[in-house]
Design a protein around this ligand. Sequence first.
Ligand SMILES: C[S@@+](CC[C@H](N)C(=O)[O-])C[C@H]1O[C@@H](n2cnc3c(N)ncnc32)[C@H](O)[C@@H]1O
Length: 289
Amino acid sequence: MSNLTPADVDAVCDLVDNLCGICWDSSKSYLIEARLSNIFKRSGCANYGDFARKVQANLLPQLRGEVIDAVTTHETLWFRDNSPYEALKHKIFPELIDAKAGTPYPKRIRIWSAACSTGQEPYSIAMTLADVVPDVHRWDVQIVGTDISPGSVETASRGMYSDMEMGRGMDPQRLNKHFTKHGAHWKISDEIRSMCNFSTRNLHDPFAGFGPFDVIFCRNVAIYFTAADRKNIFTRMGQILQPNGWILVGSSESLTDVGPKWSPQFHCKANCYRPTLTAEAALALGVRR
Ligand SMILES: C[S@@+](CC[C@H](N)C(=O)[O-])C[C@H]1O[C@@H](n2cnc3c(N)ncnc32)[C@H](O)[C@@H]1O
């Protein structure tokens, strides 16, 4: 039996919105106890309303990261949906590599995995690039994995995964090529790990000083945000994407409501978009679309 009052529910929903920009409303009150009861019990607070206000005012700083970890959903797997990685392999990377030839930095590639969870997404991108570019260790590659959840970023940085995690999308060939067994865990190879770096970042915060990127993966996260916040985030992502860059969203997501800024691309059944270019801009960039 829940002891939550409507005021408690409102206070926790406000907290979740303020910390992560994630919309919870009274229909999600079942999530409050399911996800926060352990942290709440340790907080010493009298009720959830008090707990929410104290976390928000940063009076319980040691619990803030734990609350963020608990209210976010970290579901992920290797090569999720397959189609984005097919598009990278057959279309995006070959075109990107061609487009960079003859530029001052022909071997520089910058990719952002914008809600990377525990790292499977950025490492899958790195393994795909290694398939396309056999001498990738000679390239200047940075795959930047960010997530709001400190616990997920820590797991991603460690690059160690259990048998169960490896069973979710990792094929035996890549397992042998890119991982070694360390006790009960599989450790990602130095070659793949060295292409990736990880940090915490809230997508609702400004992107000033970040980027520019050739490719942005923003998959299965914007579904938790309001339509206005989604529009704002994808508009700002457009500002830190190369004019000829790519953005990939989840298989059930689309940028059609984000305005004419984005042109849908149809490759390998992946949901991908490029900035809409004027005829003059396309000509200046030597782009054929
Ligand atoms: C369902 S996972 C998706 C992971 C990966 N992109 C994929 O498609 O497999 C969603 C991730 O978004 C992160 N997230 C939620 N709100 C966020 C925010 N405001 N800023 C950055 N990351 C956020 C969560 O912590 C979680 O790891």
